[in-house]
Design a protein around this ligand. Structure first.
Ligand code: ATP
Ligand code: MG
Length: 575
């Protein structure tokens, strides 16, 4: 039979297809969780390149994290092959860095200018502001996008040192393009097709940069979900999303409403939970995944956080001990070959990192392997800076090899200092994933480090339960999700003793929405009647967010009796 002609638009539903094939010009895609935003974005670009002959080099695709950029690059490569190489995929900070490297002279920098890490920033800020405390305030103002007059000394000093800081990476390009129309026009011509994923998290400077790069009648596709805007606390403004169609004249809007990720009970509960604070009028989101007989959401009330963590550990154990996807949702079989679950199908979500302590302890006791995504900066870990400085003088070639041999070299030199050697070896392991990502590009590696690359322990191939804060879970999906700590004060989060704050609570509700919508097959919400926070134990009240969820969608789970009845065959399966 002749091969069937396939289009890059195959495999999209009608709404996704409408977004992917929309004519040039400003386009807003309002799409809830699990509706296939990334899929749609990549197909739109691939369609324009492959089917419409738009040169790949005219595309600029912006994402918020390095991981997301990587994934986009990978998917575009899969769809377009070599042609995808011409597309610029970058985070806002990478984009700013790219522009600054090209325009270093205008910015008063040398071609090889550096990026100040947090420690260096504080050093310079403290010197400029007169004291460390004032320096910290100065940096906080800059982080919030509100630099004051007197902060000019800090910037001047940075330039003298041939450095830029994290905030400069976006604000300096904005100032350069604002000051020079011709320069802005040149960039507009180069990147005539711009797309931005997670547009709801854009801040003022990022928006300004987009405006300059897009011009009054440019082509921009903004994709996002206002109800998942959770970075207001660090300056993001969901208002830019809500204003898109007035900001960009003649903008078209496409809505995606089919959720492919989760079963109906999860989708319905999530929609109910966000309703009181939804920023999307008439929000529509319905489950279309292949789930029959939707199971209800498990609700667990524990005596305290230790009991809550023990509940999670026991449930993982129970679900692993003989549940197949067939019995979870008849008709859908995923997971490994025999239809069973593995550790990596589970995820534990929490509002504050401190909550992970109890979970890790329970997992250690129960022998459940886990991995936690840490928000620690790589550069803050002992040995990493030393390793990075050494790498600069180290031979050419692929970075992972250079990292390994630099560790050996340094360890030889410091062989008398066992502790330092151990730090260096650990540092080597920690930076390896980033080194692998950067290939042979040392400048990229060093700027990623300086730009605050985090210790990212989440290896998608490792068979371990993922432990994540709600913020870190954004964009991810897992077959089974435990959202722990559904008590007032944690969700919504308030410092012990603090009064409720309406604006902050709306963002907390959106965070709750993000958490619920990570689950594909099974969702458990748990809370503790009594909880120790900052060393003080106190009785708690249930999260008010739970009230919005229809009781018919949930069922209490007290798995303890069930757990005892199940055979413990997990160890066997692991052998
Ligand atoms: P979030 O807002 O949580 O980031 P999202 O809109 O980016 O969600 P994706 O992660 O892109 O959603 O997609 C969710 C899931 O649905 C993925 O597993 C994806 O493969 C699947 N999916 C998306 N579109 C389709 C489709 N047309 N047919 C089948 N599966 C789809
Ligand atoms: Mg996504």
């Amino acid at each position: 039979a002749p091969p069937v002609a396939r289009s890059v638009l195959d495999g999209l539903d009608p709404e996704q297809r409408a977004a992917a094939a929309a004519p040039a010009g400003p386009l807003l895609v309002v799409a809830g969780p699990g509706t296939g935003k990334t899929r749609t974005l990549t197909r739109r670009i691939a369609h324009l390149v492959a089917d419409c002959g738009v040169p790949a080099a005219s595309f600029l695709a912006i994402t918020f994290t390095r991981r997301a950029a990587e994934e986009l690059t990978e998917r575009l490569g899969g769809l377009l092959g070599e042609a995808a190489g011409g597309i610029t995929v970058a985070t806002f900070h990478r984009l700013g860095l790219l522009i600054l490297r090209e325009q270093h002279e205008r910015a008063g920098l040398s071609p090889g200018f550096g990026i100040a890490d947090t420690a260096r920033q504080l050093e310079v800020a403290a010197a400029a502001a007169g004291s460390e405390q004032e320096g910290k305030r100065l940096l906080a103002r800059r982080d919030a996008g509100e630099p004051a007059e007197e902060d000019a000394g800090y910037e001047r000093r940075l330039r003298e040192l041939d450095l830029v800081d994290f905030a400069d990476l976006v604000s300096l390009p904005v100032r350069l393009l604002e000051a020079d129309d011709e320069l802005a026009a040149a960039y507009r011509e180069r990147w005539s097709r711009i797309s931005v994923d997670e547009y709801q998290d854009v801040d003022e400077w990022q928006y300004a940069l987009l405006r300059l790069l897009t011009g009054p009648d440019g082509d921009i596709t903004a994709i996002g979900d206002p109800d998942q805007a959770v970075y207001g606390f660090r300056g993001a403004d969901v208002g830019f999303f809500l204003r898109f169609t007035t900001d960009f004249t003649d903008a078209a809007t496409v809505r995606l409403s089919r959720n492919y990720r989760s079963n109906a009970a999860i989708v319905d509960a999530a929609v109910q939970a966000i309703a009181p604070a939804s920023l999307v009028p008439g929000r529509e989101l319905r489950a279309v995944g292949d789930f029959t007989d939707p199971p209800r959401i498990g609700m667990h009330v524990a005596a305290d956080e230790r009991a809550e963590a023990a509940f999670v550990a026991r449930s993982v154990d129970r679900l692993l001990g003989g549940t197949s996807w067939h019995s979870l949702d008849s008709g859908r079989v995923t997971g490994d070959g025999d239809g069973g679950l593995s550790f990596s199908d589970f995820c534990v979500l929490y509002r504050t990192d401190a909550q992970s302590e109890a979970v890790m302890r329970a997992f250690n006791t129960a022998g459940v392997p886990y991995q936690k995504r840490s928000h620690d900066r790589l550069l803050a870990r002992p040995g990493v800076r030393m390793l990075a400085d050494e790498l600069v003088h180290h031979a050419q070639g692929p970075l992972p090899e250079r990292v390994r041999s630099a560790v050996e070299l340094l360890c030889e030199r410091h062989s008398a200092d066992e502790e330092r050697c151990a730090d260096l070896r650990t540092a080597g392991e920690l930076v390896l994933p980033l080194a692998a990502e950067c290939g042979a590009d040392l400048a990229e590696f060093l700027s990623a480090l300086a730009m605050g690359a985090e210790v990212d322990a989440l290896d998608p191939r490792a068979d371990r339960v993922a432990l994540l804060t709600l913020h870190a879970a954004k964009g991810l999906e897992f077959p089974v999700v435990f959202l722990v700590g559904c008590d007032d004060g944690l969700l919504p989060f308030r410092l012990p003793g603090a009064a409720p704050d309406g604006g902050a609570e709306a963002e907390e509700r959106r965070l709750f929405f993000v958490g619920l919508t990570r689950a594909q097959h099974r969702l458990y919400l748990s809370r503790a009647r009594r909880r120790t926070r900052r060393g003080a134990a106190a009785d708690t009240a249930p999260s008010a967010f739970l009230d919005a969820i229809d009781a018919g969608l949930t069922m209490p789970v007290d798995e303890e009796s069930a757990a005892r009845k199940r055979p413990r065959d997990r160890q066997m399966r692991l052998l």
